[in-house]
Design a protein. Structure first.
Lengths: 151, 151
């Protein structure tokens, strides 16, 4: 079972690629609390905090692949059970003055409620990526758009 | 291949159900140009227009099922080839003061680019549904949030 999304960003592909391959870039659209080594062979730790600063969970990823201006691929090694072993990829192309991001979060064990939640949540984070690259201002956690009782 | 999403709306289930089962409700969050008969056995026509009023496509749906306060299910009978025969369902439950909407758009022939685009776009329309029900103001087409060169 796969979550897939597609967004277009009015910016050069190099700028989008930087937002996916540097700790500074990633912390500007997904979660402020991003640490580690975003290079191939490295590992990135994404942590999430509540409004009052309490750690409420997170994900550890191995960086499997980076093809400059084209592709980034991670594998989840720490996090909720449903995420373990899943892979996340971003494919970049150029169309009509947009950098197109094709996103996949692949290998879910079942298309249940948590996958549905993450599917919607990924859409909001990809639009946060778009806004950060286009305007300099994303909505990374803990300032992310809340979509339900599960945040 | 299925698109799935989950959003929570801080409003009574009856209000969310009305937004999914009346032409007035549907035209407030998906597309202004919604016509037809939203009752079971009826058919709904959803049309989309560009900013200058030109018809740019749409979908015809048969209403397969309505379980008051619980479920709505449609089948696509007119529209782009990838959509024909696919089914769309909304399941409603109550949790923590939210009406939870579990959304599915099921039966895609392949998880290609158009499905990825529609997955992201459905997320934005479900948040438009949420905003309409909670605040009275959604973002139906042609005022929908644009996400790429494909709108």
């Amino acid at each position: 079972m796969n979550i897939i999304h597609r967004v277009g960003i009015q910016a050069p592909v190099s700028k989008v690629y930087a937002a996916l391959t540097t700790i500074d870039g990633l912390s500007g659209w997904w979660t402020r609390d991003t640490t580690g080594d975003a290079r191939p062979g490295g590992a990135i730790e994404f942590r999430f905090r509540s409004a009052d600063g309490k750690d409420i969970g997170g994900f550890g990823m191995d960086v499997l692949e980076q093809a400059p201006g084209q592709r980034v691929r991670w594998r989840v090694k720490e996090g909720p059970a449903e995420w373990l072993g899943t892979e996340i990829d971003f494919e970049l192309t150029q169309e009509d003055g947009f950098t197109i991001v094709r996103f996949g979060h692949r290998g879910w064990p079942a298309d249940g409620d948590f996958m549905a939640h993450c599917s919607t949540k990924w859409a909001t984070f990809l639009l946060s990526l778009r806004d950060m690259v286009e305007s300099g201002q994303g909505r990374p956690a803990p300032n992310d758009l809340k979509i339900s009782n599960w945040h």
